[in-house]
Ligand binder design. Structure first.
Ligand SMILES: [Ca+2]
Ligand SMILES: [Ca+2]
Ligand SMILES: [Ca+2]
Length: 90
């Protein structure tokens, strides 16, 4: 037989899980404007969150998101992702 205590425990667990998942989600992504670029990354290179993932700030042919994924400098057109299969590593 399930008593009131068990039900309260389940409820508390559910609330805790909801809070945890919401909190950890925002923390893990760190993307307050939801453009797919980490806010800290945007601030580091652009100084604000005004750039979009599909934008190409430095005009090197790679989008900001591609440079973010590759770890290259989105403000330096000489610093860009290596084409796949080039055999080079960096
Ligand atoms: Ca962002
Ligand atoms: Ca670029
Ligand atoms: Ca670049």
């Amino acid at each position: 037989m399930i008593g009131g205590t068990t039900r309260r425990t389940v409820l508390a667990l559910a609330v805790m899980l909801a809070v945890l998942s919401t909190g950890s989600c925002a923390f893990a992504t760190g993307d307050s404007d939801g453009d797919g670029l980490l806010d800290s990354w945007e601030l580091q290179f652009f100084g604000d969150l005004g750039q979009e993932a599909a934008g190409d700030f430095d005009g090197d042919g790679f989008t900001n998101l591609e440079e973010f994924d590759a770890g290259t400098d989105p403000t330096d057109s000489m610093n860009k992702p290596k084409p796949p299969g080039s055999g080079e590593s960096y």
